[in-house]
Design a protein around this ligand. Structure first.
Ligand code: BTN
Length: 246
């Protein structure tokens, strides 16, 4: 196993992604090193948002990877890898699990996990990746402005053992990472396609030109989201160029 051969737990950190980035500034950490925390004082989400998580309730982790066989232009494979591992895990507990492009894990229309991937790129190579994962496990209520958080406990009424959840996720991540770095990137893409939230359904979206009704067709090469309009014309969107109207 590559993932989780080294594990470091902190009671309190600023952000596990920040701790991982600091480790990468020193002697090279072992690939697959996992950093977890019970609480983050400055949990970071995508696009500068925070990440709310009550102390000791959820899974907060970052994994250090060196995906040398993945070209920088194919870095979406890393998003697919981590999303699918979380998707696999959540699906073991409940139904209606999907991946909202690019890498949120949804159960029906609620968000159960978020991923913050920070790559260090040189030329066409990914020198290192920090894959940060926040999975809502035992938290029941949220104080902040997150629109639609949900946890495993909310969905099933059960209380989960965070150590068991971490062990399961590490194993699933290891399996998916082996696909990414081996010859199974096509299967990874196919699985991601199958899991894609709202694929093949008509829903409301907004882009720079305003609101529209569209149908997600795929998340293809380069990780762009392809959305078809009612007039039959499709357009590819990069992250943040399109908003989902929930
Ligand atoms: C998102 O906005 O959906 C991404 C959230 C990622 C949160 C996780 S929690 C562990 C790791 N450390 C952070 O500061 N962020 C990620």
């Amino acid at each position: 196993m590559i993932i989780g051969s080294v594990r470091v737990h902190h009671e309190k950190v600023s952000s596990t992604n920040t701790v991982a980035a600091l480790l990468l500034n020193g002697p090279k950490p072992v690939e697959g090193t996992v950093i977890t925390a019970s609480f983050q004082e400055k949990g970071r989400g995508q696009t500068g948002n925070g990440w709310e998580s009550e102390a000791g309730k959820n899974l907060l982790m970052s994994v250090i990877l060196y995906p040398l066989t993945v070209r920088a232009e194919d870095q979406f494979i890393i998003s697919q890898t981590v999303s699918l591992a979380l998707y696999d895990l959540v699906r073991q507990q409940t139904s209606g699990v999907k991946i909202k492009w690019p890498n949120d894990i949804y159960v029906k229309d609620d968000k159960i996990a978020g991923i913050l991937i920070e790559n260090s790129i040189m030329g066409n190579s990914i020198v290192s990746t920090v894959a940060g994962i926040g999975l809502n496990v035992n938290q029941k209520r949220w104080k902040g402005s997150a629109p639609n958080p949900v946890s495993l406990a909310n969905l099933t009424g059960r209380e989960y053992d965070p150590v068991k959840i971490l062990d399961d996720l590490v194993r699933l991540l290891d399996e998916r990472y082996a696909m990414a770095t081996g010859n199974a990137a096509d299967r990874l893409s196919a699985d991601y396609h199958d899991a894609l939230y709202r694929r093949g359904e008509w829903h409301h979206y907004a882009d720079a030109e305003g609101e529209f009704t569209g149908m997600i067709e795929s998340a293809g090469a380069g990780g762009l989201l392809r959305v078809r309009r009612e007039n039959g014309i499709s357009r590819d969107y990069a992250f943040k160029e399109i908003d989902y109207i929930l």
